[in-house]
Design a protein around this ligand. Structure first.
Ligand code: FES
Length: 280
């Protein structure tokens, strides 16, 4: 069984879980994901790994409570166990050989951006981080980003903290100021990743996006994470989650993501009603 050794509420609907999973902790790499089941009747959901500690034998995930399963997960406490916790799955993010990179994270996507940023940093690259949130009260992981980057820009949509505006504006300013990035890595809402890719394309900066937000069961069987990349059909959970942002067909990806979000919202509301819980 996979015991929750630490549960920390980062924001009312964003929770960190550190799970005892020594075999996964030994092999995990940035960009990879796990599949968990809360109980034996539960659905399988893929969650990208936030951190891992091979000595403690733990894997940390950060989960936004937005669906039926994540709601059930949020009701577990330290000492409780998950029914399944399988991984690491998916291809690890390539980080070697880069001299200077920019990592862009949006909202809870910062949970996934962090291990990639740290690996770039540990591999000797100069790392610029740009993280964006709707407002100050949704900010997470600022200290961790500060510790593992050479330059950090925090953006909020409403200007309640850091710089007011979009991460793409901050990224463009850094590029226009003369910073020559070997690569830009982006993870966050689908629309954000689309516009990061559109921002870097005219400059010819290789851009990697993590398509984990469109994964549904992570098994390669549901077809939910099907994408068109460079005219070829790909599956985020099998061929990714990382892809060349300049080759992704964003119209298909954004539409698929919206469909899934609607479906999850509906299921979440049903479970809230069943449990008599307030819908956030
Ligand atoms: Fe179901 Fe990839 S998440 S096929």
């Amino acid at each position: 069984m996979f015991r929750i050794v630490r549960k920390e509420v980062l924001q009312p609907s964003v929770i960190l879980y550190e799970i005892e999973a020594p075999l996964i902790a030994k092999k995990a790499q940035p960009g990879q994901f796990i599949i968990l089941r809360v109980d034996e009747n539960g659905e399988r959901i893929p969650i990208t790994i936030h951190d891992y500690d091979s000595i403690k034998g733990t894997v940390t995930i950060i989960v936004q409570t937005i669906g039926a399963t994540t709601l059930k997960l949020s009701m577990l406490n330290e000492g409780d166990c998950l029914h399944n916790f399988v991984g690491p799955l998916g291809k690890a993010t390539e980080t070697e050989g880069r001299k200077k990179v920019a990592v862009v994270g949006g909202g809870v996507g910062c949970a996934i951006a962090y291990p990639v940023l740290k690996k770039f940093h540990d591999d000797g690259a100069e790392v610029h981080a740009i993280i964006g949130f709707r407002s100050k009260d949704l900010l997470i992981l600022e200290d961790k980003f500060k510790a593992a980057s050479n330059h950090l820009v925090v953006c909020t949509d409403d200007g309640s903290y850091g710089r007011k505006g979009l991460v793409t504006e901050a990224l463009k300013e850094l590029i226009d100021a003369g910073h020559q990035y070997d690569e830009v890595f982006a993870i966050g809402p689908m629309v954000m990743m689309k516009f990061v890719s559109l921002t870097t394309q005219p400059y010819g900066i290789p851009t990697t996006v993590s398509m984990s937000p469109i994964m549904i069961d992570g098994t390669g069987m549901c077809g939910g994470c099907r994408l068109s990349v460079g005219g070829e059909t790909k599956f985020a959970c099998v061929d990714g989650p990382d892809f060349d942002g300049h080759k992704v067909d964003w119209n298909i990806a954004v539409k698929r993501n919206q469909m899934y979000a609607e479906f999850e919202k509906h299921k979440y509301e049903e479970v809230c009603n069943l449990l008599n819980k307030e819908v956030r």
